[in-house]
Design a binder for this molecule. Structure first.
Ligand code: ADP
Ligand code: MG
Length: 362
């Protein structure tokens, strides 16, 4: 097992980068602990593949270091890093059988034949490939080929990390959940670090012990799925995670009160912290932590319902709170109609204030 560190890592695909915009990765400092399943989550173009390829050695970072257990591997070739990597689309040997494909990473490392047989048998079973072991890979479907690629990534027991870059893209949606479970169970069994790149928050949340959230070439937060949901450190995490994402409304400080729309909340001790910032303030709350209630001065936010969406056992209610919109997720028996005046009751534990993009400790 290996602890992997990234220190001041920066990468530009341009030979002479001039501005920050020329960098696909902008100063990443991160430690990947042993034995955990990580999801690397971010929108398309945020730098996930760049980061993964720097980790595996397919790409050399323009600046900074990659350390494996303290050893500098920044300039080491991919094949000398002991990492398994699975890509978005199948990478297999078409002329070999499925079994030969799965055995290949073990054969090249001179694993004894009996051990190869066991290991290939196990992985084939996990990935639903047992019946195909003797078949030539050529002629199989894209999905079957991707299962082989996954098997080739998971078959070795001695890797420092298994990297998977959106590996379920070609897999039928109905099969995805089962395959995610397989990945997780193999990772637990091996006790190896797994890094799974995805732009899909549900995939990240179900698979990972830790989620590394990226936006625009930067790591904005690392945390467990629960931490990211409950305590987003950055506005991006608030709205990228959760469906719908966190509500943000401009707010202002007035004496010792926080003014949100037509509502005021007493801040008590936190005023000092907020008074010190010159950045624009916004109030953040997840739709899950808003309910409808009677008016309670100092506790509720008055507004007008603009839209009600039914989602089976729950509803999403959109409320105009004085020019800004907030969404509340409420149970289906709550009655609200467009045009109606209501009072939103935020759970005090779940109220957050952001200065610029960053959360403020209240
Ligand atoms: P992600 O995997 O999150 O979609 P990438 O790491 O592929 O993001 O890309 C990050 C940024 O780097 C994007 O702006 C992308 O256009 C740019 N980029 C990626 N690969 C190359 C390349 N080979 N040459 C030039 N720019 C690239
Ligand atoms: Mg990518």
């Amino acid at each position: 097992m290996t602890e992997i560190q990234m220190k001041n890592l920066r990468h530009s695909y341009y030979p002479n980068p001039k501005t920050e915009d020329d960098y696909a990765l902008k100063s990443v400092d991160l430690t990947w602990e042993e034995g955990l399943a990580y999801a690397l989550l971010g929108p398309s173009g945020s730098g996930k593949t760049t980061m993964l390829n720097i980790l595996s050695g397919l790409l050399t970072a323009s600046e900074g270091q990659v350390l494996f257990d303290g050893r500098d591997v920044t300039r080491l070739d991919a094949r000398d890093r002991n990492i398994a990597q699975v890509f978005q689309f199948p990478v297999i040997y078409e002329t070999m059988t499925v079994g030969e494909n799965l055995a290949f990473p073990l054969k090249t490392r001179k694993v004894p034949a009996a051990q190869i047989k066991d290991r290939v048998g196990f992985i084939a079973e996990e990935l639903g490939l047992t019946a195909l072991l003797g078949r030539k890979a050529r002629g199989l479907s894209a999905e079957q080929k991707q299962r082989i690629s996954l098997g080739r990534g998971l078959v070795r027991e001695d890797v420092a990390a298994i990297l998977l870059d959106e590996p379920l893209t070609v897999i039928d949606p109905a099969e995805k959940m089962a395959l995610r479970r397989t990945l997780k169970s193999v990772q637990l069994h091996l006790g190896v670090k797994l890094i799974y790149v995805t732009h899909d928050q549900h995939e990240a949340m179900t698979l990972a012990d830790r989620v590394v959230v990226m936006d625009d070439g930067e790591v904005v937060q690392v945390g467990s799925p629960e931490e990211l949901f409950e305590n987003p450190a950055h506005k991006f995490v608030g709205y990228f995670i959760g469906t719908p994402g966190m509500n943000f409304v401009d707010c202002a400080l007035d004496g010792s009160d926080l003014v949100v729309g037509n509502a005021r909340f007493a801040l008590n001790g936190a005023v000092q912290t907020l008074a010190g910032t010159s950045k624009p303030l916004s109030f953040g709350i997840r739709p899950d932590f808003l309910s409808l209630s009677e008016a309670r001065p100092g506790r509720t936010i008055p507004g007008t319902v603009t839209r009600v969406e039914n989602h089976g056992d729950e509803q999403i209610i959109a409320v105009d709170v004085g020019g800004a919109q907030m969404l509340a997720r409420v149970e289906d028996h709550v009655r609200a109609r467009a045009g109606e005046n209501v009072h939103l009751n935020p759970d005090p534990q779940a109220m957050r204030v952001f200065a610029g993009q960053r959360v403020v400790d209240l």
